[in-house]
Design a protein around this ligand. Structure first.
Ligand code: HEC
Length: 150
């Protein structure tokens, strides 16, 4: 009974959050990109745990492929009008739009790094896979440093 109650409360919180945020403006794309960013963090964490546990790169095909697909989608998740002056709560800095070329360069470096990680997941070089995970991690950081408010 208690479990059911907790599940119901959590369910209501999630539904409530989504319903409040849904609207006509850029809310949907901002919510989508925040979710994608968080899920990319989940995928990165899962891959790091697998690396640390000595698992074969091939166990990470799904995670690395998902990450690569998302990485290629990132620029499109920041359309004009979805910045801090849109009235939607976002940690994207205005520079995402005022320095678009720089932002897209960071996104392209991220996508290339994630593609390489997915390629390595098709092989069996655990050391190379681990090293590339760190390259991907740096590409997240490099963009956040310049384009994400804390
Ligand atoms: C090309 C730039 C760029 C790259 C690369 C990038 N991010 Fe982000 N990230 C952003 C921006 C900008 C935001 C703020 C989005 C917003 O609040 O609308 C963000 C937000 C986030 C958030 C917070 C989401 C939320 O709910 O507020 C997380 C977590 C995150 N990123 C993780 C990652 C991880 C992990 C990677 C690499 C695997 C990564 N990001 C790569 C630009 C980037």
């Amino acid at each position: 009974m208690r479990k059911i109650l907790i599940a119901t409360v959590v369910g209501l919180l999630c539904v409530g959050g989504a319903a409040n945020a849904r609207g006509e403006g850029p809310e949907d794309v901002v919510n989508g990109r925040k979710a994608g960013m968080m899920l990319s963090g989940v995928a990165m964490g899962a891959m790091k745990a697998a690396i640390d546990a000595g698992q074969a790169p091939s166990t990470q095909r799904f995670n690395s492929c998902a990450l690569a697909r998302w990485a290629h989608a990132v620029p499109g998740m920041f359309p004009a009008g979805s910045g801090p002056d849109s009235g939607v709560e976002t940690h994207a800095r205005p520079e995402v739009w005022s320095d678009r070329a720089g932002f897209e360069t960071r996104a392209a470096a991220y996508a290339a790094a994630a593609d390489r990680l997915a390629e390595l997941a098709a092989g069996d070089d655990a050391a190379a896979f681990s090293a590339q995970w760190t390259v991907v991690r740096s590409s997240c950081q490099s963009c956040h440093d310049a384009y994400k408010a804390n």
